[in-house]
Design a protein around this ligand. Sequence first.
Ligand code: ATP
Length: 140
Amino acid sequence: MEKTLAMIKPDGVFGNYTDRIKNAILGSGFSIFKEMIVQLDEDSAATFYAEHSSKSFYSSLVKYMTSGPVLVMILEKENAITDWRALIGPTDTHKAKITHPHSIRAMCGLDSEKNCVHGSDSTQSAQREISFFFKDMFAG
Ligand code: ATP
């Protein structure tokens, strides 16, 4: 069974979307293997999104990701990585509302930055991100 890392970002937690997102997760055949609420500090948010360090939106992204608690979950399912990315929809919420109206980002995202949820985009990033939050865990 494949594992992926899902995160409800601060805007999703503040907006009270946690229950609706979990219902969508469970209703789509995922199980929640582990979950944890975390307050990211600047260092950890910067490390988590290090691949974007050269982008113009990086400092704003780090500020957003440290603006409140996030809920991180390990989701489990056949094809969990691809299927969770499909369920959350495109990065840009405005696009998501048009092209993927039933996606989670269409439901609760605000714009291209405050897009409510995160999902690992490959086997490698799932392993890295699961280990990042759940130190003794490895995807497999
Ligand atoms: P995530 O990695 O959070 O699942 P993603 O893979 O859909 O998102 P990435 O391109 O990896 O998108 O960007 C990481 C995050 O950086 C986005 O989820 C969003 O919060 C922020 N971001 C991406 N593009 C922009 C942008 N053009 N302006 C502002 N913020 C952005």
